[in-house]
Design a binder for this molecule. Structure first.
Ligand code: NDP
Length: 312
């Protein structure tokens, strides 16, 4: 067992929220330690072009942007480490966090920036064939299905963006939408509808993904008529939204019914003094890189003020 480490500001998570908190906390001389989690850089590392982040007039690739965030945080002096927070205990005045189930950290302040993860449909076949044709990231895995037929489920901006991305690589993209309208923004809907090799199926549920060793087909069901249909495909992409990565904080931090951490409006403060939350783990509404970064800045300032009030 390694010795307990004492830090004044611990940041958990490495998306735009975590890195921005690290930049501000470093500049405020809080000597922050940031643990990156299982997906260093967060969700933007599985995105292609980011066109709406101010300051990049020509757009930027998501992974490249996160490398820039990390570099900037490091340059300011943040201590950035690999490792996953696996347990916490916020029941006392000292905030205890365990990294990779062994290393114990005692932090005066904790900034939670753990983001959100992709949701799955919950089919047995989806789990069994995950990595064998089933994926929640078109940008990561689309390349493997070059020239082939694939399917995607979902009707939000992510699904629309990913369907469009896949249409440039694959021969046909079958898009399954459970209602008779899409949730995606108008511009993304138009893009999908005007792409000839994206075939939209309305009122359609995924009944089963078929294949033994790898995805070979999908069986869909029209939820109005009950009619079933099998379509041969090589890849099946799930793009139905996200859930907050807040499991380890349950019982210590107030959350809503979906697991999003509650913060005091207009601040990053949670119900636990000295624990702050920023980014997608506390935001089911905006969920943008720029809003995550802004809230990371708020969390660092809140942590700094908390420490100052404690006489640090
Ligand atoms: P959303 O929650 O917006 O959409 C999820 C979609 O998946 C909905 O259409 C929903 O259907 C569908 N869905 C959910 N569960 C199931 C299921 N079990 N079976 C079939 N379909 C299902 O998630 P997104 O990830 O698309 O977007 C999240 C946020 O990020 C949004 O605010 C979005 O605008 C934003 N975003 C912005 C981008 C940009 O600005 N460039 C790019 C990507 C995302 P239903 O509509 O019927 O509920």
């Amino acid at each position: 067992m390694s010795a307990i480490e004492k830090v004044s500001c611990l940041i958990i998570g490495s998306g735009p929220a975590g890195y921005t908190a690290a930049i501000y906390a470093s500049r405020a001389n809080l000597q922050p330690v940031l643990y990156q989690g299982i997906q260093p850089g967060g969700q933007l590392t599985i995105t292609t072009e980011v066109e709406n982040y101010p300051g990049y007039p020509d757009g930027v690739q998501g992974p490249e942007m996160m490398v820039d965030f990390e570099k900037q945080a490091k340059r300011m002096g943040a201590d950035i480490r690999y490792g996953l927070a696996t347990k916490v205990d916020f029941s006392g005045g000292l905030h205890k966090v365990w990294i990779d189930e062994e290393k114990e950290i005692h932090a005066d302040t904790v900034i939670i920036a753990t983001g959100a993860s992709a949701k799955w449909l919950g089919l047995e076949s989806e789990q069994r064939l995950n990595g064998f044709g089933v994926s929640a990231c078109a940008v990561c895995d689309g390349f493997f299905f070059k020239g082939k037929e694939v399917a995607i489920v979902g009707a939000g901006d992510t699904a629309a963006e990913e369907a469009h991305y896949l249409s440039k690589l694959c021969s046909t993209v079958h898009m399954f939408i459970r209602r008779e309208e899409m949730r995606a923004s108008k511009i993304m809907q138009d893009r999908v509808k005007n792409t000839p090799n994206i075939k939209i199926y309305w009122n359609t549920d995924t009944d089963e993904i078929l294949g033994q060793q790898k995805v070979e087909a999908v069986r869909i069901k029209n939820n109005k008529t009950g009619e079933k249909q099998e379509i041969p495909i090589a890849g099946f992409f799930v793009a139905i939204g996200h859930q907050p990565n807040s499991d380890i904080f349950k019982g210590f931090i107030d959350m809503d019914e979906a697991g999003y951490i509650k913060t005091i409006p207009g601040s990053s403060k949670t119900n636990v003094p000295g624990v702050f939350a920023c980014g997608d783990v506390q935001d089911k509404n905006y969920r943008q890189a720029i809003t995550a970064a802004g809230s990371g800045c708020m969390a660092a300032i809140d942590a700094e003020r908390f420490l100052a009030a404690q006489g640090h």
